[in-house]
Design a binder for this molecule. Structure first.
Ligand SMILES: *[C@@H]1O[C@H](CO)[C@@H](O)[C@H](O)[C@H]1NC(C)=O
Ligand SMILES: *[C@@H]1O[C@H](CO)[C@@H](O)[C@H](O)[C@H]1NC(C)=O
Ligand SMILES: [Fe+2]
Length: 458
């Protein structure tokens, strides 16, 4: 009697949620080869003029959004380190002085790479800025975020594993054309894929910088390091990991007490964003471990309700590619994420799209056999967005059956938008590149884990 009752309950639970995997999209993308755009492509053109600044890009330059780091490259000579900047409605120009660096990689020598940190800007303000003083000047603009606070709406774009193929160009175009305008890009790693070329031809780092300038000069991209950014090649005399990446893409890591540009945090509007490095040591006693342990304690959800983590390699991934690669890191940090009620984790690496339900696997102790992820309302939603469209092509092989924790998965290129409405709600949507158009294929209304911890994922 008891048996059949439990049996019935079991089936019922199964039907409701517990055992059921989510949706594997029936959309089948046309298989095309993912080719890099040729060097003479329009998107790679260098600007005209003697020593004209190129590859102009910005990122957040402090811990709260009142700072911006402006970077650019000059090729003829170092030129000026000065950035002139002024408020959109003002004629008074201010000046900031940066630094210049170069690096060599095998037989490649970089241009003059400039970085200039502008601090103490006004919140919520449009600024123009000019680089190339003394030679060919170029002028761009950006808008600073609103002050950090619990009810501040803000919109983030999400792009990963972009590379520089025709598909990459489509993804970036679709992001730019999205009617919900992203104000800042959260980039989850793997930028140029220069390492796919013989001797990691670093000219492909330059073409990538020129390619994304059209977005990245006008809004900050928040950087995460991926495996294609390591450029570790002792066989050609290049044993320094992340050499091109760290020379080109500075981040404000010291502002968050980090000792490495590979992991850091920023606050922006109502979000607290923690960036981790899956290609640095993560085990107990390591610098990243110590930093993250202290970092999570600093998060104040009364001030920044949304706790977002970016990393390159996903922990929950039901594709056949990079399967379980994130496992060693998950085992160490997942209990912290659950305890801290992280809202969402964005990762890349797998060249496809996947969204999880709120699940954890923190009870597993090797000896207890409890090795199945279970529903956990305090756990983050895990999103894989490594679908920027790079030279390696799509991940199309899935593990079957779809695990119960996987809510939606699809092998297409695309981008996503996270539209934070207030401290309780954030509207998220993923947009595939479909036959030259952008089509919304997945969406999700996030409830905040601190202010409205109802499990919306089942
Ligand atoms: C890249 O996309 C832009 C914007 O849609 C377009 O103008 C340009 O021609 C494209 N370039 C290539 C090489 O596809
Ligand atoms: C937050 O935004 C959601 C979605 O737009 C809305 O339904 C809700 O009423 C808002 N809550 C507050 C406190 O403004
Ligand atoms: Fe990767």
């Amino acid at each position: 009697m008891g048996f059949s009752w439990y049996y019935f309950l079991g089936i019922l639970l199964c039907i409701i949620n517990v055992c059921r995997g989510g949706i594997t999209s029936s959309y089948v993308r046309n298989v095309e080869s993912s080719e890099d755009m040729p060097l003479d492509s329009d998107v790679f053109k260098a600007p005209h003029g003697y020593n004209a600044p190129q590859q102009v890009h910005i990122t957040q330059g402090d811990d709260v959004g009142k700072g911006v780091i402006v970077s650019w490259v000059t090729v003829n000579e170092p030129g000026s380190n000065i950035v002139l900047y002024w408020k959109a409605n003002s004629k008074i120009k201010q000046k900031a002085k940066g630094t210049v660096t170069t690096y060599k990689y095998y037989t490649y020598t970089s241009g003059y790479i400039h970085h200039c940190s502008i601090q103490n800007l006004k919140y919520n303000t449009k600024y123009y800025y000019m680089v190339g003083i003394g030679h060919t000047t170029r002028t761009f603009w950006f808008v600073t975020p609103p002050p950090v606070g619990p009810n501040v709406p803000y919109t983030f774009g999400l792009i990963g594993d972009l590379g520089q193929t025709y598909d990459s160009n489509m993804t970036l175009t679709h992001y730019e054309m999205n009617p919900t305008k992203g104000q800042t890009v959260l980039f989850v790693g793997d930028l140029s894929y220069a390492d796919k070329y013989p001797n990691h031809d670093n000219n492909r780092w330059d073409t990538w910088g020129r390619f994304v300038e059209r977005s990245n000069a006008y809004q900050p991209w928040i950087w995460t390091a991926g495996n294609h950014d390591v450029d570790f090649a002792p066989e050609i005399g290049e044993p320094e990991p992340f050499k091109p990446y760290t020379h080109r893409y500075p981040v404000p890591y010291k502002a968050s007490g980090s000792t490495s540009p590979l992991w850091y945090s920023i606050k922006r509007a109502s979000a607290y964003i923690i960036v981790l490095s899956t290609y640095s040591a993560t085990t107990k006693y390591t610098p990243q471990y110590k930093w993250l342990e202290a970092e999570l304690k600093k998060v104040n959800r009364e001030e920044t309700p949304w706790l977002i983590v970016l990393m390159h390699c996903p922990w929950y991934n039901s594709y056949d590619y990079h399967y379980m690669e994130g496992e060693t890191m998950r085992v160490i940090y997942e209990p912290w994420f659950v305890k801290s009620k992280v809202d969402m984790v964005f990762a890349g690496h797998v060249h496809a799209y996947e969204r999880s339900k709120r699940i954890s696997n923190v009870d597993y102790k090797i000896i207890n056999g409890e090795c199945t992820p279970v529903n956990n309302p305090s756990a983050p939603v895990y999103i894989t967005i490594g679908d920027g469209g790079n030279i390696e092509g799509l991940a199309t092989k899935l593990t079957e059956p779809q695990p119960m924790y996987s809510a939606y998965r699809e092998s297409s290129f695309g981008h996503a938008i996270l539209d934070i409405k207030n401290r309780t709600h954030a509207y998220y949507s993923w947009h595939r590149n479909q036959d030259g158009f952008s089509a919304k294929a997945d969406s999700f209304l996030f409830f905040n884990r601190y202010w409205h911890p109802v499990d919306e994922s089942y």
